[in-house]
Design a binder for this molecule. Sequence first.
Ligand code: GAP
Length: 466
Amino acid sequence: MAAENIETIVSLAKRRGFVFPASDIYGGLGSSWDYGQLGVELANNIKKSWWNWLVYERDDIEGIDSSIIQNRLVWKYSGHEDTFSDPLVDCRECNARLRQDKLEFETDASGTVKYECSNCGSTNLTEPRDFNLMFRTTLGAASSDEDPMALAYLRPETAQGIFINFANVLNTSRRKLPFGIAQIGKSFRNEVTPGNFIFRTREFEQMEMEYFCRPEDAPQLLEDWIANFQNWFASIGISAENLKLYEQTADELAHYAARTVDILYRFFPEREDEVKQFDELMGIANRTDFDLKTHSKKPEDAEGRRLNIDSTEDLSYFDEATKQRFYPYVIEPAVGVNRTLLAVLMDAYTEKINDKGEKRVILKLKPELAPIKVAVLPLAKNNSEIVEMARKIKKNLQPAMRAVYDDTGGIGKLYARQDEIGTPFCVTIDHESLQDNAATVRDRDTWEQERINVNELKSHLQKRLL
Ligand code: GAP
């Protein structure tokens, strides 16, 4: 089972402390969201899973953390200043501001394409104009907004921080091709039409990896990384049936890409048209040697055209074996933390009827991702011995796993609360525990219970959390 729509997740997320609307007490700020006490744990666990898998479990990937604000020239040479824009149109009837490339259209008998406003259906729209998505800022105390010397951008992708550090990492890590550089961090885009909860926001977090390789290996590596990511998504609980591959068309490709395959997730299961149920979770692109070349110091090309006169570095690679120098190709799997978190929540969402006929929500998160691994619950909160024993057990478990103590309700309510936030295990302490030094371990998914000696509790849970 999975959530039937994003709204179900929005309400759960707010009710239980995963995600709150940002600036809520001031009326909010369109499409901005804050992660609450459980959301931050879930996001951190997703990032940890990605990082462990790529940087620790493999032998060919290094991690970095580059600045959000870089020299403006980075964005000039990356092509973002010139091309990172959306075609913006205004509806003359209802004044809606829209992205033309997302609108429905018709072609009339004369071959003229007419776009229809997604708000009111009118075709009375302005001509499209390019709207650059990069957030601008100014550097330094004396700068004015119009001062071109002080102009800077918030990065719209983390990737450029990797490309401009290619030589630094290569020289200090003594890597040979193929190898990758991974990075997790915030990116910013002044989206024209943000929306659908955390699916499209102006501030978001990316997990990007640039895998540098020989040009001839790039096509196969792109296929390999698609398969790798399908496996990673399965490992964090995203069902294969809710994923789909999409080959970007020539019109859709970013200016740097020779080929891009998106992995789509069924974010909108309520939509009638099955194609429209799916939208982008991540992209895997063959960026060729575009980025390393464009950032390389190059006074002029063969025809005498001046290319990059600002860079101080040549980002080519010298192959010791063949004694050849060339620009590596790059395969880039780029995935959003926020969209992954949304997909994980949607997939984990389950409803179950208890023996009293009441509906219960269970978040069947993979234990690795669950914000809280175990809740320790005393069955009699007025019995000081039971309370003391429960608190002691919580304290003993805490260094090994995220554990909480809760005595703020009846046991049924406490179980339901933990099920709804995806806690894999509840441990209850009762009168018998004082006699036999054992506790009841309750499984979130099956609701089955098992009696475990307290001395073995930590290792028992650790095994089941793997
Ligand atoms: N470096 C390549 C790159 O940035 P992208 O397809 O524009 O490619 C990669 O972004 C991923 O980042 C997307 O697949 C999505 O998961 C996430 N992403 C992009 N824009 C986003 C936004 N406005 N809000 C939330 N996530 C976004």
